[in-house]
Design a protein around this ligand. Structure first.
Ligand code: C2E
Ligand code: MG
Ligand code: MG
Length: 457
């Protein structure tokens, strides 16, 4: 009787360490394995965290039965590839586990180093995923990102630290588009900083901590102000000033970008109403849109509500979208047409840094093209780049678009831009981004300066 009880307990414990769907070890099994597997004095322990790419759409569009079936195929292939890789390597043993959704972890004991794990082991695993997976009549091309943690020879990894660090390295690999990366401490610091920014940003959006700064956009022929670009600004009580290139990507990833946009656009429309009344000139205000916003259909209602609430003509609110965002998928162009139908003029931002070709421009319903600061700078220094800008300017004028040069810092860039038929420009030469309260005064001063110049002439 005791024997059967013992066996029952054993079976129960085995079952609790097993993933039901694939029959592989589960997270509990993984931790037990990492803590118990014998390690020889010349063997290092390695944890490889693998996250499948493009798996989620299978569940979303073909249902969970399809997803489950493909997961079983993935598990088989990974298990087989691991066995083959281990067989070819001296002094190496390995176990595979499924620790959730489409995430798998390999635990290795090996006489080879981290470089071998990355170059040989991970490559073999990746190769096994190249052939498409199939369910009924559908085929799926998947891929994977991997993160690696290794111990010193003869030493055991702390199971939960190793899993979490390998996860961080995987995330980093995915982020920069590499198949596999080894963990280093700087990755954790970076992640900690991002998590801190995320937590503080949540508070900031709730407490109206995101403000806008306004950079004037000038007509290069008349010297008059055409409008302002509204740029997000955030000074946190604990973190100090956080730059937009640090918090915008985090806002995009966490969905907070909607609220950031609302804050910036609301302030832009408030300032727009104030200054239009005082300077009696129709100025536009442009706001930057992110990819996450364009893939979410709520954007259209949000924009209508925004301009209604502020009683501002949508033509006064320009929307900036980057060239790489527009080129990223075919439906982006449809979305732009929908934004145009709402009345918003569109500006193609950071032109010259992406990959889209000139021939695409005519398909884009944009009215303005902003040449990135790098390209403006390059044109200042090289004739070749100047010729590129001239070609874009010719094309733009044929298509009825206006070119705006970004990042003008020096007076002597202006005649150069005028010579290339660039119609408008912005940059620190005219003004660094202004606080909302400074805009009206800056406009008044600028007008005064313009009058003085006329009198001198
Ligand atoms: P961007 O839209 O291309 O904005 C222009 C950036 O160049 C701004 O940086 C601006 O301050 C800077 N700049 C303008 N003139 C000069 C100049 O003469 N010299 C130099 N060195 N820099 C100049 P900022 O404000 O740091 O913003 C960086 C990027 O962050 C923006 O690039 C934009 O992509 C993004 N961003 C800013 N605010 C928002 C926002 O509200 N929403 C979204 N989605 N993105 C935003
Ligand atoms: Mg912009
Ligand atoms: Mg730009």
């Amino acid at each position: 009787r005791q024997l059967t009880l013992h066996r029952l307990l054993l079976e129960l414990s085995q079952a609790s360490q097993q993933d039901e769907l694939t029959g592989l070890l589960n997270r509990r099994g993984l931790i037990a394995h990492l803590n118990q597997v014998p390690i020889q004095h010349d063997q290092a322990q390695a944890v490889v965290y693998l996250d499948m790419k493009r798996f989620k759409p299978i569940n979303d569009s073909h249902g969970h039965t399809a997803g489950d079936e493909v997961l079983i195929q993935i598990a088989r292939r990974l298990d087989y590839a691991m066995d083959q890789a281990v067989r070819l390597a001296n002094g190496t043993s390995a176990r595979i586990t499924r620790i959730g959704g489409d995430e798998f972890v390999f635990c290795l004991c090996t006489k080879h180093d981290a470089q071998w794990v990355q170059d040989v082991f991970c490559t073999a695993i990746l190769d096994s995923l190249v052939e498409p997976f199939s369910y009924n009549d559908s085929q799926f091309f998947l891929g994977a990102s991997m993160g690696i943690v290794t111990s010193l020879p003869g030493q055991r990894l702390n199971a939960s630290d190793a899993i979490s660090n390998a996860d961080i390295a995987m995330y980093q690999a995915k982020h920069i588009g590499q198949p596999a990366m080894c963990f280093d401490q700087a990755m954790r610091q970076q992640l900690d900083r991002e998590l801190e920014i995320e937590a503080r940003l949540r508070l900031a959006v709730e407490q109206d901590g995101i403000t806008a700064a306004f950079e004037p956009i000038m007509d290069l022929h008349t010297g008059k102000v055409l409008g302002f670009e509204a740029l997000a600004r955030w000074t946190d009580a604990e973190l100090g000033r956080v730059r937009p290139d640090q918090f915008i990507p985090i806002a995009e990833r966490t969905g907070l970008i909607d609220q950031v946009f609302q804050a910036v656009a609301s302030q832009a429309l408030t300032v727009c109403k104030q200054v239009t009344a005082t300077v009696q000139q129709d100025l536009f205000f442009s706001v930057n849109l992110s990819k996450a916003q364009l893939t979410d259909d709520r954007l259209f209602d949000q924009l209508v509500a925004l301009t209604d609430r502020h009683r501002v003509d949508p033509r006064r609110l320009h929307l900036e979208v980057t060239e790489s965002l527009v080129a990223s998928s075919d439906d982006m162009v449809d979305k732009l047409h929908r934004l145009r139908k709402l009345g918003h003029p569109l500006m193609l931002d950071d032109f010259g840094t992406g990959t889209s070709s000139l021939s695409c421009l005519k398909a884009y319903p944009v009215q303005w093209i902003k040449i990135d600061r790098e390209l403006t700078d390059a044109a200042d220094k090289s004739r070749q780049y100047a010729a590129i800008i001239q070609a874009v300017a010719d094309l733009a004028s044929n298509l009825g678009m206006t070119l705006v040069a970004e990042g003008v810092e020096e007076a002597n860039t202006i005649p150069l831009l005028q010579g290339m038929d660039v119609g408008a420009a912005q940059g620190w030469f005219w003004s660094k981004p202004l606080e909302p309260g400074q805009v009206a005064q800056w406009l008044a001063e600028h007008k005064q300066k313009g009058k003085q110049r006329c009198r001198v002439a």
